[in-house]
Design a protein around this ligand. Structure first.
Ligand code: ATP
Length: 757
């Protein structure tokens, strides 16, 4: 009997134990699955081009991909790495004062400011790529690697069919010896980081070679300073795009250029594509002044009689970015005189009629009708010659096809599905802007022709080719092609995303797409989906990449802050006040040596709109004026960037104030001197504003208060500061100690691998 009891007790214990083990194994498996998912969806794509992998598995990945620095391949060129690269200027909280475990616990509350004084003073260095003339080290190292396809084809394998484009030119070049350097690998100490001197004479080191038009050069000098030299991505674009642009093209040529410009945030990609584009437009305009302009090629969408017939389109994912880009382009054109139009309303002249419409719209919004896109019809453009139009793909499509063009399609589809006719039931609304019914003309006439389009830039290409945007983007590209007389397969016949159910018959091999215009893509991150799309449909596309792609800018510090365990909003408030206390005590602000000068601005990223609002309200109640902006905010509906005033970098001569107006403070590189109780010094937003926007240097802190969804998102959010060689700090909040800290530690590890050295 006792034996049986002991046995029963032991078996119960065992089953309890195994149940426990089972539970803990399951939870570990779930965790492992989650981190694997995170790794494959976020980290892996980011690492595809990462040169310095911080552990053995990443090194193996690199080797497998034949990432050989110091060589060029068929259609990839990576800019030389500056010799200054070995200097440490960016750290994963490298200041021991701020990183030590002891300090983490008290990090969430302000303590001694002196620690930060030292950090700022010690880390006061600019990356060489933004140094002024005379202090510039020669960029000397080259590396290459074909990030996706070369692995299959073998190093040096040719891409495309050996056409007359850059591939062939590259092919004939000798490559330099690979040189793998990884400071994080034990066998390489920091001191063993050597950057081989190589011949980089073929990369332009000045904006004057190849020669820029004098008018363009002087405006550029006004913008970025007289001694500024090209960043690595700009050197590459000057070399490849400018030379190509000089050759000129006609619509019947099959030699249209296709380039991807990939470089870290704030590295000057806008100038990298704007200079060759604007110069080419001006040169062809001058050439056609002596000989008559080529007539638009007739096509279904050519619309030679339409009001607008631009020669270049710049596509951006948000209206805010479109407005800033158009303002930026305008500031380069004060002397060269090309006409740039932003498809959003802010850049159009104010007229009585339009003002009336705007008032009507405001009334409409306030009465509950919604227009999420904040788009307004622009009227009366006839006779207005436009060279460049900037806008979101959807807005541009509307200008081509007329507002509401997609409504009919949806109705027809619905009809088929439901067997109803329009008269039997009201048409279903597909997008928010269609709710504009009743506010003037919602289905307007097409106003833009595409036959003259010789350049298309897709800014933030990874977004515009992601599943949310790809259909619209590719529809627009297909429309331009057919307007120019060269039909390409429609997006629906060549879907990018795999279909949910497996196809019953094997899909035919995809046909590469050759657009009849210069096609430029830019991005700071190349996810695997974009890479494979480009491999499939644009095998001849030339990839130009900077050596620090997929890293945080070198001037960006990273700091981790642990929640106190109390009110998180209060923790954030304390950290903001600490930043300002540091500003005041450090007297770091040029021209404000008394320490009573302006306070820097803080940009806070949350994951959800509700959190944005909650935090905004909390700070407002505590006397911290702020702008809380999410996709649904009222501010966005006004059709201008004024809601970002003071936060975006302003350019002195921006036309019509479209690109933000913090001109004075931007010139000084400082915040405004006003009191944060009276003027907003804090902006709270979601990833909406994480893409492409060039924030003012007065934003020296970006706070990431929610766990980043993936590392791509993190790179873009963090990259709103530390731009153009300015110092910046990204502050990542999380639970850094004790139970439940695993997530934050994981994020910290991943972020650490993005730190540039
Ligand atoms: N060669 C240069 N020297 C100094 N400043 C520069 C240079 N090139 C660009 N800049 C400045 O750098 C800032 C960032 O440029 P830009 O917005 O084009 O970066 P980006 O690479 O497009 O960033 P993101 O990936 O975030 O869109 C701008 O204010 C621009 O005026």
């Amino acid at each position: 009997m006792p034996k049986i009891s002991v046995f029963a007790f032991a078996s119960r214990l065992l089953s309890a134990e195994s149940g426990f083990m089972l539970r803990s194994t399951t939870s570990q498996l779930c965790k492992a699955e989650r981190s694997l998912q995170f790794y494959t969806t976020a980290v892996l794509p980011v690492q595809l081009l990462n040169r310095r992998h911080k552990d053995a598995s990443r090194r193996r990945l690199t080797e497998a991909m034949k990432m050989k620095p110091g060589s060029r391949s068929a259609n990839l060129e990576v800019a030389p790495r500056s010799r200054g690269a070995k200097n440490k200027s960016s750290r994963d909280t490298h200041d021991p004062e701020l990183t030590s475990k002891r300090n983490f616990a008290r990090d969430a509350v302000p303590h001694s400011d002196s620690q930060y004084v030292n950090t700022l003073r010690q880390k006061d260095s600019k990356p060489s790529s933004f140094r002024r003339k005379g202090r510039q080290n020669n960029p000397v190292e080259e590396r290459s690697g074909r990030w996706t396809r070369e692995r299959e084809l073998g190093a040096g394998a040719q891409f495309g069919d050996g056409g007359s484009g850059p591939s062939r030119q590259l092919e004939s070049r000798s490559t330099t010896k690979p040189h793998m350097v990884d400071s994080a690998v034990p066998e390489f100490s920091e001191s063993s980081i050597t950057t081989p001197r190589q011949d980089s004479s073929d990369l332009p080191k000045e904006f004057t070679s190849p020669p820029l038009m004098p008018g363009l050069l002087s405006c550029l000098t006004d913008l970025i300073g007289p001694g500024a030299t090209p960043t690595p991505i700009q050197s590459l674009s000057l070399k490849w795009l400018m030379h190509d642009a000089e050759k000129g093209h006609d619509a019947s040529s099959s030699d249209w250029k296709q380039f991807l410009l990939a470089s870290e945030t704030g590295s000057g990609k806008s100038i990298a594509y704007l200079l060759p584009l604007l110069q080419d437009l001006k040169q062809s305009e001058l050439a056609s002044a002596s000989s008559p302009r080529p007539r638009p090629i007739p096509g279904p969408e050519s619309g030679p009689t339409r009001a607008l017939n631009p020669r270049a389109l710049i596509l951006a994912p948000t209206h805010e970015l479109s407005r800033q880009l158009s303002g930026f382009a305008k500031s380069l054109l004060h002397e060269v005189k090309l006409r740039v139009l932003c498809a959003s309303r802010a850049n159009t002249k104010s007229t009585k009629e339009r003002d009336a419409t705007a008032r009507q719209m405001v009334a409409q919004f306030e009465s509950g009708l919604d227009d999420k896109a904040g788009e307004f019809e622009v009227r009366d453009r006839s006779g207005f010659p436009v060279d460049v139009v900037v806008g979101t793909p959807m807005k541009l499509l509307e200008m081509v096809k007329g507002r509401g063009w997609d409504r009919k399609q949806v109705d027809a589809k619905d009809e088929l599905a439901a067997g109803e006719s329009d008269s039997e039931r009201p048409g279903r609304l597909r997008r928010g802007r269609d709710k504009m019914v009743g506010v003037g003309k919602w289905r307007s006439q097409p106003e833009m022709g595409l036959a003259n389009v010789a350049w298309v830039v897709v800014d933030e290409a990874d977004v515009l080719f992601d599943p949310d945007f790809q259909e619209t983007t590719r529809q627009l590209l297909a429309d331009i092609s057919s307007a120019r007389g060269y039909a390409v397969p429609s997006p629906t016949s060549t879907p990018l995303s795999p279909t949910a159910s497996p196809p019953t018959t094997p899909a035919p091999a995809p046909t590469p797409i050759e657009y009849p215009f210069n096609f430029i893509l830019t991005s700071a991150t190349i996810p695997s989906a974009l890479a494979s799309y480009l491999d499939t449909y644009h095998p001849k596309l030339m990839r130009l990449a900077s050596p620090h792609l997929h890293h945080l800018p070198k001037t960006l510090q990273t700091e981790y802050v642990s929640w106190t365990g109390g009110n998180k909003l209060a923790d954030i408030e304390r950290r903001i006040r600490r930043v300002w206390a540091e500003d005041a005590s450090l007297s770091v602000i040029p021209g404000k040596g008394d320490g009573k000068g302006g306070l820097s601005r803080v940009l806070i990223f949350c994951n959800r709109s509700s959190k944005v609002e909650e935090l905004g309200k909390y700070l407002e109640e505590r006397g911290i004026k702020n702008v809380a902006l999410s996709s649904t905010s009222e501010h966005r509906k006004r059709g201008s960037n004024h809601h970002l005033d003071g936060f975006l970098r302003g350019h002195a001569k921006d036309a019509e104030g479209a690109a933000g107006v913090d001109t004075a403070s931007a010139a000084l590189g400082v915040g405004v001197t006003s009191d944060p109780k009276s003027s907003p010094h804090v902006m709270i937003t979601t990833s909406l504003l994480s893409r492409g926007l060039d924030f003012s240097p007065s934003i020296r802190h970006v706070f990431i208060v929610d766990e980043p969804r993936n590392m791509i998102d993190f790179l873009h959010r963090a990259g709103r500061t530390g731009r153009a060689g300015q110092k910046g700090k990204v502050v990542v909040f999380g639970k850094m100690k004790g139970r439940g800290s695993a997530k934050a530690k994981d994020v910290r590890k991943k972020v650490g691998s993005l730190v540039a050295h």
